[in-house]
Ligand binder design. Structure first.
Ligand code: ATP
Ligand code: MG
Length: 358
């Protein structure tokens, strides 16, 4: 399969949420990273055919997805970022309901729903009402519903939001096993979730792709520019404010180890370390938030430190992870159906023959 994004643009109120994107995806797992507002959800909705591009197109094996209609939608599974659920359904009922909307037969629906509840670790809670679920449990149910039709193209918008570490590992294993001969695209703010399972990373900023490739390839941009050094804990904040700091670790000895990005040694005793994806993501996220800008404009060298630390630089200590909970209660079945429509429009199974060739 080849999914091709050709000069894709989506404009909202004269702002390009997706800006002239070019991208070719073949089978594999793709991790979509980008700060809040980078355009990830918009790109995913365009890929699902839930939004029409302002210009440009998406093709599957050379055919425009708009023309493929349900034949394309039958290949898709989608977990929206803000996923609706019906509180009085049990987990199992919910999956059966979505299966029906996707056109699965009764037998297939029961078999697949039970298998997926097992796969996402909800088998024991299958008869519990969704309103009694924790955020992470609802999220796992959301992942399960996206996979009901055994999609060839699986699009998951922040699937790991709200998952605890154990469940994140389960999710990674589930996706790795599922991904063979399929296209899986997942967005996240948690770099480690894609670092291990995504073969390729798509790093978005302001509607554009600023990096695309294997983690070790795209992080090469920061080679020689990532440093670690320890400072007394009391000074850590000032150092963190003065540099592009990707990590800050307190030690028992009262020192704090900083990991910073700078094109010169940030301190006399700083040691160079290999860049990782988190460094790159944070670097671009912080630029997006209007903080320190180009690598070339960074503060330079130990000799400049004294001056530097007296400057009043704005610093945002944490990346602005999406705090909004992805789930919200839907009060009526009509509303439920409207919401579900959003993510099953692109999921509905259609039995077709001689369909899309891989
Ligand atoms: N329906 C809409 N109407 C107007 N503007 C929109 C709409 N959808 C998205 N946008 C804008 O497009 C840009 C990209 O939004 P999008 O939701 O795609 O970002 P994102 O990368 O998914 O962000 P997040 O990490 O917060 O989920 C933002 O500036 C957003 O305000
Ligand atoms: Mg989003």
């Amino acid at each position: 399969m080849e999914l091709k994004i050709i000069r894709l643009t989506k404009t909202f109120d004269s702002k390009n949420a997706v800006d002239d994107l070019m991208l070719t995806l073949s089978n594999g797992v793709y991790g979509l990273l980008g700060a809040n507002g980078a355009g990830k959800t918009t790109l995913m909705r365009l890929l699902c055919g839930l939004q029409r591009p302002t210009s440009g197109k998406i093709t599957l094996n050379g055919k425009n997805i708009t023309g493929l209609g349900e034949r394309y939608q039958s290949l898709l599974g989608y977990l929206p970022q803000h996923f609706g659920y019906y509180p009085d359904f049990t987990a199992y009922e919910f999956l059966l309901y979505i299966s029906a909307l996707k056109g699965l037969s009764d037998t297939a629906a029961k078999k697949k729903s039970a298998a997926l509840l097992e796969a996402v670790g909800l088998a024991a809670e299958r008869k519990h009402k969704i309103k009694t679920f924790s955020g992470g449990m609802k999220q796992r149910l959301g992942i399960a519903q996206a996979m009901l039709n055994d999609p060839r193209i699986l699009i998951l918008d922040e699937p790991t939001a709200g998952l605890d570490p154990k469940e994140r590992v389960r999710f990674r294993n589930l996706i790795s096993a599922f991904a063979r001969d399929r296209i899986v695209i997942l967005s996240t703010h948690i770099v480690s979730d894609v670092e291990y399972i995504a073969e390729d990373i798509i790093l978005m900023k302001s509607g554009q792709i600023i990096h695309f490739g294997k983690p070790q390839e795209i992080t090469a941009e920061l080679n020689g520019q990532v440093w670690e050094f320890a400072v007394p804990a009391a000074q850590a904040e000032r150092y963190a404010a003065a540099f592009d700091t990707s990590n800050l670790r307190h030690t028992d000895s009262g020192k704090t180890v900083l990991r910073v990005i700078a094109d010169r040694p940030p301190a006399a005793h700083a040691i160079q370390v290999p860049p990782n994806l988190e460094d790159l993501y944070l670097f671009y996220s912080r630029e997006a938030a209007g903080q320190s800008t180009m690598l070339t404009q960074r503060f330079r060298g130990a000799a400049d430190q004294a001056d530097m630390l007296t400057q009043k630089l704005t610093h945002k200590s944490e990346d602005d992870a999406d705090q909004q909970h992805p789930f919200r209660t839907i009060r009526s079945r009509t509303e439920m159906e409207r919401k579900i429509n959003d993510h099953t429009n692109c999921n509905r199974i259609m039995n077709h023959e001689g369909g899309i060739k891989e």
